[in-house]
Design a protein around this ligand. Sequence first.
Ligand SMILES: *Cc1c(COP(=O)(O)O)cnc(C)c1O
Ligand code: SF4
Length: 414
Amino acid sequence: MESSENIDESWDCTPEEWNDWQWQLENSITNVEELQEHFDLSDQQAQEIEEATNIFPMSITPYYASLIDFDSEYCPIRLQSIPQKSELEESAYEMSDPLHEEEDSPVPGLTHRYPDRVLLLVTNKCSMFCRHCTRKRKVGDSQQKVDLEQIKTGIEYIKDNPQIRDVLLSGGDPLLLDLDVLEEIIVELKEISHVDVVRIGSRVPVVLPQRIDDELISMLKKYSPIWINTHFNHKKELTTTAKKALDRLADNGFPLGNQTVLLRNVNDCPLVMKELMHELVKNRIRPYYLYQCDLSRGIEHFRTSISAGIEIMESLIGHTSGFAVPRYVVDAPGGGGKIPVTPNYVVSSSRQKTVLRNYEGNIVVYTEPEIKSDECPEECNVCTEIEEKADNGETVEPQGVQKLLSEENDEISL
Ligand SMILES: *Cc1c(COP(=O)(O)O)cnc(C)c1O
Ligand code: SF4
């Protein structure tokens, strides 16, 4: 039996129940009355939450709710889980599908935005409704069910497109699927010879760590490697229970990454962010992305300026371990994919020299080499092999700016 140190006393349950992920899901807080059983709400608070819930539903696992410090208005757990009246405010910039995930979708539930990898939605179910969710509109919507048939159509698309070598399972939360369904999807993907990478994006380790049980681990382990990307936004979420789940994943060989969303009052501070990154690394999670908040409906109050993100990156790069530094990205509004943003380190450059500055602000000069010839070594034929594969549709030709730079290119703009 697992330790019961985190059981909240306002829940009348046994430790076995508390540690059972199904119990956690069944007992999720989904309305104001249930919320009031665990927290003292004023009438006005109750009314505001009710109104917000009418637009974006609420769902909080007892475990995640037990981490809320309700006396603190800026409790990061509270801000991510309890509806606020600011969600009702409309913003002039919001969009319902800011990333054009639907436009880049050749078949329903599959987004093919990048040449060699796709995002496959396998469920709309989530273990919690995050107040900052970009896909908020879809997540709580029972009309928008993802069925097995749709997933199979997605898998067929992947089969038919040999340039796809990386499949990201997303949702909703893929780790909430029935294990036999999830297994079937993974088996089918792993059978496709051109698919090298299967990864799962999940918030389960954060809001429902009980789900990382022996059954799940032993099923996933059969198909190793499977990359798992979690979604921790604050150090407070790395509890003893969450750490145990992460240990299980790491001990069983799953490479772990994390994507954090930059959220106002939750983690938009260099110190808070550095603490989170260090805590992730201590738990064998490699920080992967730091996302600028999208222009979705109802999350305007979570947005920060891009300069807030740049300041955070300035405080991380060089100041801490390279692998504790995520890549900061803006997911292009209108659907251009993730655009990396960093502080500037190149100060200037001439044909002979490039002037750079380091994290301390010291300016240095790198002298460029005198290149007499930039021809490739005679015996190398990697590029001709790649061209042949591109002709067979197995790989892709250079695109975008990369194409403009290539020697064969004679176009002058994109
Ligand atoms: C983020 C994303 C991916 C994966 O991108 P990586 O940079 O390889 O992690 C793939 N497809 C879509 C639509 C995405 O948004
Ligand atoms: S778990 Fe992910 S998809 Fe689900 S509500 Fe949270 S952010 Fe949205």
